[in-house]
Write a protein of this length. Structure first.
Lengths: 222, 120
């Protein structure tokens, strides 16, 4: 008779032991998997340049589904709610004057302020779009990027290191040597065969912001 | 009394393996580390594998190790180039953010490691 309760006893252990990969907490905040739980973190505000009265999409972790306070430069504050814990849509106050503002999000978990993670936005009446990469071609040692919003000085952030000062004269095309990237030799030294083929992911950054997503291009290191 | 002991024995021997398995969700992976990149915003580690086995067909690609959620096994040398690693992962999780200009940027990966061990 007691054996009939055996399956229930066994499965009673399972719910107790499942870790919090979904991670909704009793505080109405949701942390994304892999992130420090019980902490609010702000990673990105998009777009970088925005008009007063415009909207911003914030990305992070630990946002509340009930109440978050978004602070512009520590001064003007706006209330916002998140549906999933990692995205937050915020309206920029009309009263905000032009300038660059550091952003932070506060909720029941605390504040996202962290000197190592600078997240800022530029409030301007004439916002210009961030650079966008639409195609990339690799040839021998050179990558040629095509897109829009490139300026006279662009920074490249890649999975093979960074490169500052890449110049675009046309605004739509930009070339750089893979061997000029800061971690090129580190990756090249891991090569066990005659050549190593792998993709690199590229972000481009200038005074109007950073490309929202990385563009991937396959390269070959001889 | 005998039945009670039998039930207790069954719970201990059957219950705990199920519980342990349930603790670490995810699909298996194994691969050879090329190089790794510290995710400077999220505090995680982006690890590129060549080859990477997610099935019996080898591919190449990155997975992310998180000190906040990945269970680490011996030899604890995660992301060290030229080491073999074996573990579990959950696909489609954005867990690596790097500093780029006035914000952080999401570095794409194939997923988040749930557990990992290193063969030296």
């Amino acid at each position: 008779m007691r054996l009939r309760i055996l399956p229930f006893l066994i499965f009673a252990f399972v719910p107790l032991s499942i870790p919090s990969f979904a991670l909704p907490s009793s505080k109405n905040t949701i942390s994304i998997p892999g992130m420090l739980s019980n902490k609010v973190v702000l990673f990105q505000a998009f777009p970088y340049e925005v008009k007063p009265g415009g909207s911003l999409n914030l990305s992070g972790s630990g946002f509340s589904t009930k109440s978050n306070t978004v602070s512009f430069g520590g001064g003007i504050k706006v209330e916002a709610t998140s549906t999933n814990g990692f995205n937050l849509k915020v309206m920029v106050p009309n009263t905000l004057s032009e300038g660059t503002y550091k952003l932070s999000v506060s909720n029941i978990l605390g504040s996202s302020e962290n000197p190592n993670i600078p997240v800022s936005v530029k409030i301007t009446s004439n916002p210009i779009s961030e650079p966008i990469i639409t195609s990339a071609i690799f040839n021998i040692d050179t990558i040629t990027l095509k897109g829009k919003g490139f300026t006279s000085t662009n920074g490249l952030i890649t999975t093979m290191g960074n490169l500052n000062g890449a110049i675009s004269t046309t605004g739509t095309e930009l070339s750089f040597k893979v061997s000029d990237l800061s971690d090129y030799l580190k990756v090249k030294n891991t090569k066990k065969t005659a050549s190593l083929s792998l993709p690199i992911w590229i972000f481009i950054q200038n005074e109007h912001g950073v490309s929202k997503t990385a563009y991937s291009v396959n390269i070959k290191i001889q | 009394m005998k039945r009670f002991i039998l039930v207790l024995f069954a719970v201990v021997t059957l219950g705990f393996p199920i519980a342990t398995f349930a603790q670490v969700p995810g699909s298996p992976f194994g691969g050879f580390v090329n190089f790794s990149i510290p995710c400077t915003c999220s505090g995680t580690l982006w690890v590129y594998f060549t080859p990477l086995y997610l099935s019996n067909v080898p591919i190449t690609g990155p997975l992310v190790y998180s000190p906040f959620s990945t269970i680490l096994f011996a030899q604890y040398a995660i992301g060290v180039p030229s080491t073999w690693e074996l573990g579990g992962y959950i696909p489609g999780v954005q867990a690596c953010w790097i500093v780029c200009g006035p914000a952080c940027c999401p570095l794409p990966s194939l997923g988040l490691m749930t557990k990992v061990g290193t063969g030296l």
